[in-house]
Design a protein around this ligand. Structure first.
Ligand code: ADP
Ligand code: MG
Length: 329
C-alpha cells in the first residue's frame, strides 16, 4: 500500500468570542493511492476543518494549524511554498453546496473550460471541447446543449456533476468530497455516489468521502475514519469496523442506519448531543454519552490502538472496546 496522504497529530484551532476552540485535536489517518476513505462523524466533529487543513483553506485570521503534519506523496503540505501547484491540481475538492462554489454570472461550459485555460494554457476552443467531454463524462444529459447554460438553470444534482467535472479537469490523484450529496434528495444522492465511485475506479485516484451519513458511503468506501470532537476514535476496513465496532460512538452510528447487509438491530442510536468544544468533558470526550464509561474514562483520554481480537488495521480509541464488541449481536 502506497500512502498518498498522511495526516499526523493534526491540530487546528479557532479564536472565537468564547475562547480558543480546538476543532481538530490530534487527528491522524492515511489515505493510500487508489483508496476510498470515508471520513465519518456527527456534525461538528471536525471533518470539514480537517479537509480545509489539507486544502490549505482554514479560514483566516480566526483559524490556524496549531500542530501536526500533513504530507502528500511524501511532500510536506504545511511548509509554505511546498504545496504550490499541488492543491487544485493533484488534490481537488468538491463541496456540499455547488451553487456557492459556481460563479452565477458565467456559463457552465466556460467555468469548466476555465480550468483548462488557466492551468493548461488551452485555447478558448480547446477548452470548450474539453469542457464538453467532461460534462459527458460526469453524466450531464444533452451536454452540448447545456454548455452555455448558467448554474441556476441546473438542478442540484446536475450542479454537483458540474463541480465534479471541474474537480476532475486536471486529473487529480486525490479528490476530497465534503458532504457531496447532503443537499440532494435520496435518489440523486445515490447517483452522485455511483458517479464518484465510477470516476474513482476509472482514474485510479484516491477518494476521501466526508459525510455524517454512513448509509451513503457504505458501499463505496474501502476504509472508514470516525471522528468525534476533533479526534479519530475508530478506523479500519469499513466492513470490519461495521461488523465489529469497538467504539460505542461507532456502534451507535452504524446501528442507526440500514446498510451493507440490510437493516439490523444493534445498540440504540447515540443518546445525547455532540460536546461543546469550549468545555470538553475530561478524559474521553464521549464519556457523558457512553453506557460503558467508568472512572478511567472520565479521567484518561484513550488513544487509538488495535483491538486485541481483531486485525491490526482496526484501531479504536476506547478504554472498553471488549464491552462494545461483546454486546454486538
Ligand atoms: P464537521 O464535522 O461537521 O464538518 P467542522 O469541521 O466544520 O465539523 O467543524 C468542527 C468544529 O470546529 C465546529 O463545531 C466549530 O466549533 C469549529 N469551527 C469550524 N469552523 C470554524 C470557524 N470558521 N470559526 C470558528 N469555529 C469553527
Ligand atoms: Mg462539515
Amino acid at each position: 500500500m502506497t500512502v498518498l496522504l498522511s495526516v499526523r497529530d493534526l491540530r487546528v484551532e479557532f479564536d472565537t468570542s468564547g475562547g480558543v476552540v480546538t476543532a481538530v485535536d490530534g487527528a491522524s489517518f492515511e489515505v493510500a493511492a487508489g483508496e476510498t476513505v470515508a471520513l465519518l462523524g456527527e456534525s461538528g466533529s471536525g471533518k470539514s476543518v480537517t479537509a480545509q487543513a489539507v486544502m490549505g483553506i482554514v479560514p483566516k485570521p480566526a483559524g490556524r494549524i496549531a500542530g501536526g503534519s500533513i504530507t502528500y506523496d511524501g511532500r510536506d503540505l504545511l511548509t509554505p511554498g511546498a504545496a504550490k501547484g499541488l492543491r487544485g491540481r493533484e488534490i481537488a475538492m468538491v463541496f456540499q453546496d455547488p451553487l456557492s462554489s459556481l460563479n452565477p454570472v458565467f456559463r457552465v461550459g466556460a467555468q469548466i473550460g476555465e480550468m483548462f485555460r488557466r492551468h493548461r494554457g488551452a485555447s478558448r476552443r480547446d477548452a470548450r471541447a474539453a469542457a464538453l467531454e467532461l460534462m459527458k463524462r460526469v453524466g450531464i444529459p444533452a451536454a452540448s446543449k447545456r454548455l452555455d447554460d448558467y448554474p441556476h438553470q441546473f438542478s442540484g444534482g446536475m450542479r454537483q456533476r458540474v463541480m465534479i467535472a471541474m474537480a476532475l479537469a486536471l486529473s487529480p490523484r486525490l479528490l476530497i468530497a465534503d458532504e457531496p450529496t447532503t443537499a440532494l434528495d435520496v435518489t440523486v444522492q445515490a447517483q452522485i455516489m455511483d458517479l464518484l465511485a465510477r470516476l474513482q475506479a476509472e482514474e485510479g485516484m484516491s477518494l476521501v468521502l466526508i459525510t455524517h451519513d454512513l448509509g451513503v458511503v457504505a458501499d463505496v468506501a474501502d476504509r472508514v475514519v470516525l471522528m468525534y470532537a476533533g479526534r479519530v476514535v475508530e478506523t479500519g476496513p469499513i466492513r470490519e469496523v461495521y461488523e465489529h465496532s469497538g467504539h460505542p460512538y461507532t456502534a451507535g452510528l452504524m446501528g442507526s442506519v440500514p446498510v451493507l447487509d440490510g437493516p439490523r438491530d444493534r445498540l440504540t442510536p447515540i443518546q445525547g448531543s455532540p460536546p461543546d468544544l469550549l468545555s470538553l468533558p475530561t478524559g474521553c470526550s464521549f464519556h457523558p454519552r457512553c453506557q460503558y464509561a467508568d472512572d478511567l474514562c472520565t479521567t484518561d483520554q484513550p488513544n487509538l490502538r488495535p483491538l486485541p481480537t481483531r486485525p491490526p488495521q482496526h484501531q479504536t480509541a476506547c478504554h472498553h472496546p471488549e464491552g462494545v464488541l461483546t454486546d454486538a449481536p
